[in-house]
Design a protein around this ligand. Structure first.
Ligand SMILES: [Zn+2]
Length: 92
């Protein structure tokens, strides 16, 4: 039988709620990159699990290069367009 909450002391209710708390996750050091990762999970930083590469993860450097290349292309296009216009004005 359930007991109304007002009939139960706070300590008793708290004791029951103690088991519903958030528990700390178990973390271990990755065998490849030594960063802290949850147990039984592929490392999100290097993609290794149990000493072998399971997922190929792109490094931040690789991602950065692509953005720079795109930025360079965008800069080059308007520069070429501007140069002929200036020459045409000079000729006139
Ligand atoms: Zn790792």
């Amino acid at each position: 039988m359930s007991v109304p909450s007002k009939r139960r002391p706070r300590s008793e209710a708290g004791g029951r709620a103690f088991h519903l708390r958030l528990k700390k996750r178990m973390l271990i050091a990755c065998s490849h990159c030594k960063k802290e990762i949850p147990t039984h999970r592929v490392c999100p930083f290097c993609g290794y699990y149990k000493g072998r590469e399971v997922i190929h993860i792109k490094l931040k450097k690789e991602k950065g290069k692509k953005h720079k290349e795109k930025a360079d292309q965008n800069e080059k296009v308007p520069a070429k367009e501007n140069k002929p216009e200036k020459k045409s004005k000079e000729k006139k």
